[in-house]
Write a protein that binds this ligand. Structure first.
Ligand SMILES: [Zn+2]
Length: 467
């Protein structure tokens, strides 16, 4: 989804008066090299809108190398003379085609600049095919941790938030340009490959297995996932009937009934979220447990990934609740700018509190009280929650202050309106992008209350809010 300012009649009249329309229509200019997020100015690009990624990887476990083809279907949103994809070294580009041959060059840290032989008119669909190869390299960001293509003891896992996607495929790496995905992996038959969505094809020939996964719902690039390794896979449905696929690295799957327990917990929590927040936003659920060494779990769309270090250990249920809540809050409904990430993490953290209470553990009020007890002079309170800074997106504020804010809101507007707000938010902005202003507007509409003071104290200004 893209937003643009309203075009007023006056502006149109002026344009017609001073610039001959035919001439204006024939001008072709380069698409922007960034999508305009102040935290990650080089990420994403302008001038087109991706509809579908069809990614094909041949994985060679002995070297960790991939040989890959990305077939990207897009629509021009301006007259394009050239356009950019985000794509990182050390991967090497072998060939680029856009409606036939195209010129290309690498620019800066992560821009692949593609110039088709003829300009692409605004509104026209086109397909860019990029062939490439190499050993993908992960990103270790001092503030934001590890992302991208991460080698593991028996394969690799790709985790893209916030900007890892370009480590293994050319991409318009902004959460605003959601697209459907097909991911095909060929690897030696002892290995299994998992990705988002459903497995639609599998074939073994000459000791190599090729598997294709399809994500049919629009997906932000930060939520795409790929895991290759030795996995024990469990397939079935949740009690309410949602298809489910879970997988545990076979070397970690050592406790009695571990695969079954992880599968059952994932499904029980998925159904609880569905009863609480409305229809499950995608066509299947699940999860992947692997030894990755990143120290986090990630809400990759439809199938979260959990990093577990020791054999026999399960991700804890609170973490599973957090990642599954994200399917509604973060994955289907995604912030337009990274500064609004509290809309993801606040809801996910609050759902951990709510699920814990619903299953006989600590109440959400007790969780709030424990967090609110943090001393007023603690630095964590000094973050402006809806503008935590590039390095602060994963701070306490986005998570715990976010959850506390939702608890204060719930207390103010009452349970009936609060749960209606959550369900309406998930339904109204399904598969879309949102801002904090959108959330405040909907909260005021559903509650019928003026929430200026609450949002000012909890969301827009630093410091510990009074109760
Ligand atoms: Zn989260």
């Amino acid at each position: 989804m893209r937003r643009s300012g309203p075009v007023t009649a006056a502006v149109l009249t002026a344009a017609l008066a001073f610039a001959p329309a035919a001439h204006a229509a024939e001008r072709f200019t380069p698409g922007a090299a960034g999508a305009g997020d102040p935290y990650f100015p080089e990420n994403g690009n302008g001038g087109y809108d991706v509809r579908d990624y069809d990614l094909t990887f041949q994985f060679e476990p002995s070297t960790g190398a991939i040989t890959a083809t990305a077939r990207i279907q897009a629509r021009a949103t301006q007259n394009l003379s050239s356009f950019n994809l985000d794509f990182l070294g050390p991967l090497e580009v072998d060939d680029v085609k856009v409606n036939g041959r195209a010129a290309w060059k690498r620019e800066g840290a992560q821009e692949l600049v593609i110039t088709p032989r003829k300009g692409i008119k605004a509104g026209k669909r086109f397909t860019a095919t990029v062939k490439y190869h190499g050993v993908p390299k992960r990103i270790d960001d001092p503030a934001l941790g590890t992302s991208g293509w991460i080698a593991t003891d028996d394969g690799a896992v790709a985790l893209n938030q916030p900007f890892g996607a370009a480590t293994y495929y050319p991409v318009n790496d902004t959460p605003r340009d959601k697209a459907t995905y097909s991911v095909t992996v060929t690897a030696p038959s002892g290995l299994k490959a998992l990705s988002n969505g459903e497995k639609v094809k599998e074939r073994t020939r000459g000791g190599l297995t090729t598997v294709t996964w399809r994500m049919r719902h629009p997906m932000a690039s930060e939520l795409a996932m790929l895991a290759i390794g030795r996995f024990n896979v469990t397939t079935g449905r949740t009690p309410s009937g949602i298809p489910s696929v879970t997988a545990i690295d076979s070397a970690l799957d050592t406790a009695p009934d571990q695969s079954k327990t992880f599968f059952d917990t994932t499904n029980t929590v998925t159904d609880w979220m569905r009863r609480t927040w409305g229809p499950y936003p995608f066509t299947s659920t699940g999860g992947v447990v692997d030894r990755i060494g990143v120290g986090y779990a990630l809400e990759t769309q439809g199938r979260s990934v959990y990093d577990v270090g020791e054999p026999g250990r399960q991700p804890n249920t609170g973490t599973i609740a957090h990642e599954l809540a994200h399917q509604w809050f973060g994955d289907s409904v995604t912030p337009y700018l990274w500064k609004d990430i509290w809309l993801n993490e606040g809801w996910a953290t609050y759902n951990d509190w709510l699920y814990t209470e619903a299953t006989g553990g600590r109440t959400a009020q007790a969780a709030f009280d424990a967090s609110y007890a943090r001393a007023a002079d603690h630095a964590a309170w000094q973050t402006v929650m809806d503008d935590p800074g590039r390095d602060g997106i994963y701070n306490w504020s986005s998570y715990t202050r976010g959850a506390m804010t939702l608890h204060v809101l719930r207390t103010k507007i009452g349970d009936e309106k609060f749960y209606r707000l959550g369900r309406t938010w998930a339904a109204k902005y399904k598969d879309g992008n949102v801002t904090t202003a959108d959330f405040k507007e909907l909260a005021e509409k559903v509650s019928g209350q003026d929430l200026d003071a609450l949002f000012t104290a909890w969301v827009h200004t630093p410091g510990k809010p009074a109760l």
